[in-house]
Design a protein around this ligand. Structure first.
Ligand code: HEC
Ligand code: HEC
Length: 145
């Protein structure tokens, strides 16, 4: 009984020391966002979608999406993008038709329905935004502006 109490006391003492070390703020430690844990962090707002159509930076670039897509479901069963962009709907919906490359399977056969390899549109197409590059880079488009 006595040794059990002693053990508990020692355990508490160790926990107190560990907690003390953890809460002491070391000036040399930097959080990822540069703010202390008790300081509010201002997050850069999500860039607004630019309605003006952006050009392609290289010939085979999947064109950027010039409209919002957060309401359009794309999963294994449904693809709402096709409701406007499939060749069978595009004329009526006044949307650009998927180019014929989207109807070729991996053996090069031409299909009537969009190829499985092109089902998940956002694998290649992303909504456009005139955002600051996240990392510095030396990219230049393959044409001169
Ligand atoms: C309600 C109809 C509609 C739906 C649904 C829709 N789009 Fe569009 N999309 C359009 C129209 C209309 C344009 C042409 C806009 C313009 O010219 O400014 C367009 C343009 C585009 C373009 C640019 C094409 C180019 O040649 O520059 C891409 C890429 C695109 N959409 C992808 C998608 C994807 C991916 C989805 C699903 C997440 C989707 N769209 C859903 C109507 C739609
Ligand atoms: C594997 C990548 C990939 C996927 C997946 C894909 N695309 Fe594309 N898409 C491209 C590329 C690359 C181009 C431009 C070259 C071309 O037309 O093949 C393009 C072109 C387009 C265009 C412009 C056509 C034109 O003639 O100007 C539209 C619209 C489009 N895609 C919509 C979609 C939609 C909607 C989906 C989903 C059903 C989709 N794409 C899936 C790569 C992809």
């Amino acid at each position: 009984m006595k040794s059990a109490l002693k053990f508990v006391a020692v355990a508490f003492a160790i926990a107190a020391i560990v907690a003390g070390v953890a809460t002491a703020q070391d000036a040399s430690l930097q959080s990822l966002r540069g703010a202390q844990v008790d300081e509010p962090v201002t997050v850069i707002s999500v860039p607004k979608q630019d309605k003006k159509r952006f050009g392609r930076a290289f010939r085979l670039q999947p064109p950027l999406i010039p409209h919002a897509i957060d309401q359009y479901q794309v999963d294994t069963n449904a693809n709402q993008c096709l409701g406007c962009h499939d060749w069978s709907n595009a004329g009526e919906r006044k949307a650009p038709t998927l180019s014929m490359t989207h109807y070729l399977d991996r053996e090069g056969r031409q299909l009537d329905a969009v190829a499985g390899t092109r089902w998940f549109c956002t694998q290649c197409h992303v909504p456009q935004a005139d955002a600051e590059p996240l990392v510095e880079n030396l990219f230049v488009p393959s044409f001169t502006r």
